[in-house]
Design a protein around this ligand. Structure first.
Ligand code: ATP
Length: 193
């Protein structure tokens, strides 16, 4: 998958709508301290379905919404749109929008979808909110210091199989629900005899 474009509005320090083109190859973000470099990387992870506010340096998810400054009022919502191309060269447009106090909503190519659908798309494409391709500050030191189990998770992300774990959990839950239903059915049938 290749990320081609990113649009932000009201996300952290990006209060004004901003649009960035991301060219092929390695992309580095440079700029003075506090200009929003990390916020940009966090916007990419956020639109890919990041569910941990802490890993976005916030106390709650609403903290991604522009909080206002001495001269500007806060915003009520934040929106990030990611334009990408998948392995089959199909265009993907993923939108995540959060309204203060009302949580997040996602759209994929114009259709409302769940957070999980978005996460799975990126996990299957060996990218996503926890992708080792997004190298934020302190990440290299974290890789060096990681425990074997954490390194394994990174390798699974890179190999594009982390989505399989989510599906396995779903399938196990469905199996358990079906087993419960079957047991009930057997009880009911025994009662009919
Ligand atoms: P450094 O090089 O020092 O790591 P950076 O370029 O990575 O800096 P960021 O950490 O991305 O900068 O941006 C920090 C700025 O974003 C701070 O000025 C902070 O006040 C601002 N910021 C973060 N969240 C919000 C928010 N919700 N509303 C308004 N501004 C925010």
């Amino acid at each position: 998958m290749r990320i081609k474009r990113l649009k932000l509005s009201g996300f952290k320090s990006f209060v004004e709508p901003a649009e960035l083109r991301i060219e092929s190859g390695l992309t580095g973000v440079v700029g003075p301290n506090g200009c929003g470099k990390s916020n940009l990387l966090e916007a990419i992870r956020w639109v890919m379905g990041e569910s941990s506010a802490k890993s976005l340096r916030g106390g709650g998810m609403d903290d991604v919404i522009f909080a206002g400054t001495a001269t500007r009022p806060p915003r009520d919502f934040a929106e990030v749109i990611l334009f990408a191309e998948d392995a089959e060269r199909e265009e993907l447009e993923v939108v995540r929008r959060i309204e203060r106090g009302a949580g997040s909503a996602y759209r994929l190519n114009g259709r409302d979808v769940r957070a999980k659908d978005v996460s799975l798309i990126f996990a299957d494409a060996a990218t996503g909110a926890h992708s080792p391709a997004l190298v934020s500050q302190g990440r290299i030191a974290a890789v060096i210091a990681a425990k074997p189990a954490e390194r394994r998770m990174m390798l699974e992300e890179a190999a594009g199989i982390s989505g399989l774990h989510v599906r396995r959990k779903d399938a196990e839950q469905k199996l358990r629900a079906t087993e419960t239903n079957l047991a009930r059915l057997e009880d009911l049938m025994a009662g009919l005899d």
